[in-house]
Design a binder for this molecule. Structure first.
Ligand code: NDP
Ligand code: OXD
Length: 311
């Protein structure tokens, strides 16, 4: 069994060590581009994050690309041979982190903690009228591995929760909306919009003026999926016009967010550096190793990406 590791911005050593422990006898190495005239060593499977096209062009025998993240948009931008499968990470500790992040952001807005922070700085003792929970409906775009768990977590705090996905979902206490036809009703019912969609041709720029202005007045946006879902200027305009109350953004069109981007200094925008749900090394190694063993048993594995659908 030969595995090549090619994860941009990731130190390989501990990953390689972890896979050697989980898959005794495996031949695993970190990819380096072959020198001109050198014959590259070819692997059967790869563990990847945002690899370059040169990697795919060289490693022609790969059966599976095991992505060390949930989103596979960077892989689908490459020219991949038809026979090369993409396998996404299924949760592996991400849904708990994502639930923490989103619940934090929703509660922070609902309980006006940013305003209390300003009061602290001004040494001002000032009560606020409590917000009405029933008027604080949270709408989650995407009800897959992460979105469905986030919807469940939000219910612990008794917010009304709706989800929007391609196919109908049955999540206890959560109203499910589907497809383009039901998107307007979903948006109209939403005070806090959480984006957990994959980035595909259909979902790119979905957080645009036409959609965001259908949200309830004083809406709040939490974007934890991909920067290219959001039309940046449309958000800035809707914040400045007062239709939207604020946003918490974890992902951006260009990362790191450029120093001169207007988001940095906007008083109603909070920023985190693509950290809402991190890849956890041990959990990810365990999941990928188990999937590789399943492949060798000739059995189907969870998380095979439909390359046409885009997720
Ligand atoms: P899944 O693939 O499990 O879920 C995707 C959901 O989106 C599904 O419910 C799917 O509907 C729905 N969906 C896809 N396309 C459409 C569409 N055109 N119209 C309506 N609904 C659609 O993904 P995950 O939950 O695992 O992850 C979601 C995204 O979160 C990732 O793709 C990634 O970009 C991002 N992410 C960000 C992280 C961060 O740290 N910021 C960390 C991890 C992930 P259906 O169920 O009907 O197929
Ligand atoms: C992912 C991510 O897709 O970290 O897993 O963004």
């Amino acid at each position: 069994m030969k595995i090549v590791f090619c994860c941009t911005n990731t130190k390989a050593d501990l990953w390689l060590e972890g896979f050697r422990l989980a898959l005794p006898g495996v031949d695993i190495w970190e990819w380096q581009a072959a020198e001109a005239g050198q014959t590259p060593k070819l692997a059967d499977h790869a563990v990847v994050w945002s690899p370059p096209q040169a990697f795919i062009d060289e490693q022609k025998q790969l059966q599976n690309l095991f992505n060390i993240g949930a989103g596979v948009d960077a892989l689908l931008r490459l020219q991949l041979p038809a026979a090369m499968n993409i396998v996404r990470l299924n949760d592996a500790g991400m849904s708990m982190q994502m639930s923490e992040y989103v619940c934090h952001a929703v509660i922070r807005q609902f309980r006006e903690f940013d305003d209390y922070q300003s009061d602290t700085q001004a040494q001002r003792w000032s009560y606020r009228k409590p917000s009405v929970r029933s008027e604080f409906a949270v709408g989650v775009l995407g009800a897959g591995v992460l979105g469905s768990k986030v919807a469940e977590a939000l219910q612990q705090f008794q917010f009304p929760v709706n989800v929007w996905s391609r196919s109908a979902k049955q999540i206890q206490g959560v109203k499910s909306f589907t497809g383009q036809v039901q998107l307007p009703d979903f948006l109209k019912a939403t005070r806090v919009l959480v984006n957990l969609l994959p980035l595909t041709a259909e979902t790119e720029n979905i957080l645009n003026r036409a959609n965001l202005q259908q949200l309830q007045k004083n809406a709040y946006l939490i974007n934890v999926a991909r920067g290219r879902h959001l039309v940046d200027q449309d958000l800035l305009d809707l914040l400045d016009e007062g239709h939207m109350a604020g946003a918490m953004l974890d992902v951006f069109r260009v990362e790191p967010l450029p120093q001169d981007h207007a988001f940095w200094k906007h008083p109603k925008i909070s920023i985190t550096p693509h950290t809402s749900a991190r890849t956890l090394r041990d959990e990810s190694i365990a999941q990928i190793a188990s999937k590789i063993q399943t492949v060798y048993q000739g059995l189907p594995i969870e998380g095979r990406v439909d390359k046409v659908r885009g997720y």
